[in-house]
Design a protein around this ligand. Structure first.
Ligand code: 8X3
Length: 250
């Protein structure tokens, strides 16, 4: 059976682009996400092009569902923990703890559930890879980013701890930390659907990263020879030299 890659949050953005690139690289790809229509459309697009792709409806915060999903898989060689995101941009003083909880649930516990459930199969593959999509937010706090910074710091801690604990097992742990990426949904979700505020994030920025750029880095890291572990890869647009240092035209 072909090498199998599981991608979470695969119905849009970085997840969808990563699923596509992995399929193009010859993996059988299992796309998982919560939104059935988008998930099926994305999967149909790939199978229509002759790729081996399957769609599985899955909420990574639902442990029972994650366990059932893992049990149903014949094999798993690559797990890309992409599902995540930011909700709200309020200061710490006035942010809603429920948003923090949701961000922690998806960005950290979602990755934990998927990784725990699939680890036996990743080890059994003899050459497994866990990818954690964190963020430059894992390393630098910024105003209005509190809950997201905390959650991505958690994802970074999970990746680092797991790498230590798996040392000696045939499983690599790769953390990819993107900076500014313009996707259809990330900033819109952060600003609770306010398209104008979301667009302002990228205002005047010459070429923010696209989902495909991040997907390229994921697939590059995953397709290195087994003994090469791209431990942590930070990727930003040229116009973003640091979290707060963004060049804008005009
Ligand atoms: C997204 C990057 O700068 O919005 O993970 O935190 S940032």
């Amino acid at each position: 059976m072909e090498r199998t890659a599981v991608v979470t949050g695969a119905s849009s953005g970085i997840g969808a682009a990563t699923a596509r690139r992995l399929a193009e690289a010859g993996y059988r790809v299992v796309l998982t996400a919560r939104r059935e229509d988008r998930l099926k459309a994305m999967t149909a697009e790939l199978t229509g092009e002759g790729h081996d792709a399957a769609a599985r409806l899955l909420d990574v915060t639902d442990r029972a569902a994650v366990d059932a999903f893992a049990a149903s898989l014949e094999r798993c060689d690559v797990l890309v923990n992409n599902a995540g995101g930011a909700i709200g941009a309020e200061p710490v003083a006035s942010s809603d703890p429920a948003d923090w909880r949701t961000m922690y649930e998806v960005n950290v516990l979602g990755t934990l559930h998927m990784t725990q459930a699939l680890l036996p199969k990743l080890i059994e593959s003899g050459d497994g890879t866990v990818v954690v999509l964190s963020s430059t937010a894992a390393f630098t706090a910024y105003e209005g980013g509190g809950g997201y910074v905390a959650a991505k710091s958690g994802a970074h801690a999970l990746a680092g701890t797991l790498r230590l604990e798996l040392c000696g097992e045939p499983v690599r742990v790769i953390e990819i930390a993107p900076g500014m990426v313009r996707t259809d949904e990330f900033a819109v979700n952060r600003f609770r659907g306010d398209e104008a505020k979301a667009a302002a994030v990228y205002q005047g920025v010459d070429q923010p990263l696209l989902a495909e750029d991040v997907a390229d880095t994921v697939v590059w890291a995953v397709t290195r020879p087994s003994h090469v572990n791209v431990d942590l890869l930070v990727v930003r647009p040229r116009a973003q030299a640091a979290q707060h240092k963004v060049h804008r035209r005009g």
